[in-house]
Ligand binder design. Sequence first.
Ligand code: HEM
Length: 324
Amino acid sequence: MDLLHYDNNNNNAKDSDKCQSHHNKHIKEIICGIVEEMARPNVSDIFPFLRVFDIQGAQARMTNHHAKLFAFFDGVIEGRMLLRTSDSKKFNDVLDSLIDLIEEESSQLSRHDIIHLFGDMFIGGLDTTSTILEWAMAELLHNPTKLVKVREELQHKLVNFGEIVEESHASSKFPYLCAILKETLRLHPPAPFLLPHKSNDDIELAGFMIPKGAQVGVNVWSIGRDSSIWTNPDLFEPERFLECDIDFKGKGGFELIPFGAGRRICPGLPLASRFMHFILASLLHHFDWKLPDDDLNQQDMNMDHKFEFTLRKAKSLCVIHIKV
Ligand code: HEM
């Protein structure tokens, strides 16, 4: 099921694509603005009494970005509702299902809720998912033997046996693909400090006193590279996950928690997990990949991080796809 079609009214495929790509660009710009703002150091986080003065203008800019984002979703919902009444047209995407819910008698969901729900989903899900896929592709191009191995796994299961794989069986059917994503999340967690948490009380943890009200960040990037937990922590070795049942669902151990753990674990985890596996498998199965000529040697690839709110590649990945 699609999340939402922005283009409610276009029957012409070409115009519809154009409109969709215009909206994609617009929404990407807004989300980038929000994510950049979240990453910018703010003196009010250190001296909370300064918050009311908004010295750096962060609050004003953030309010502006959110107003644009909410206006955008409001426009999409408005268009869709009109279309449903005038043409009885339905797209059967998530938006349609949510509108069905608000139209139910005594519904507890409002249009306002949908706007905020989409806000959460897009802010929380867009940059994180695309970043992890970029890193997974970059690691595979940087380690071509692993690229060959995962493509063989997909080829073997999908072509030779023509298998249709149920999502719930993905990890047993494609163990190497799953291991690649775990290894990518270990080395390049999109949210390297999770989201800021705040302690409700004074608490002593591992010998450290965390005072009530302190802001706490969990450095999952560093947990992922801790040599007391992982052998050769800086190497990309998906094989390490084939022999053990470590998962990223925040249950059991805490050595791999790119989505957080416990009560505030990422609510988008099930969706993100499906997206990541499905998109990566599709990219690898349907295309061959190579580096552009001037960057042919995979050892020379720039694999540095850019520490922002999400842990992006310092140099965006540039690759050539060849349809197979
Ligand atoms: C690879 C993809 C993703 C990663 C690595 C990721 C990671 C995270 C992390 C680390 C947190 C904070 C957890 C904490 O505070 O302890 C979080 C929160 C959140 N994520 Fe995700 N996320 C991903 C995809 C998504 C998707 C696809 C959605 C929605 C469709 C989403 C929606 C959210 C929301 C709404 C929150 C805030 C939850 C709260 O305030 O309690 N995320 N995510």
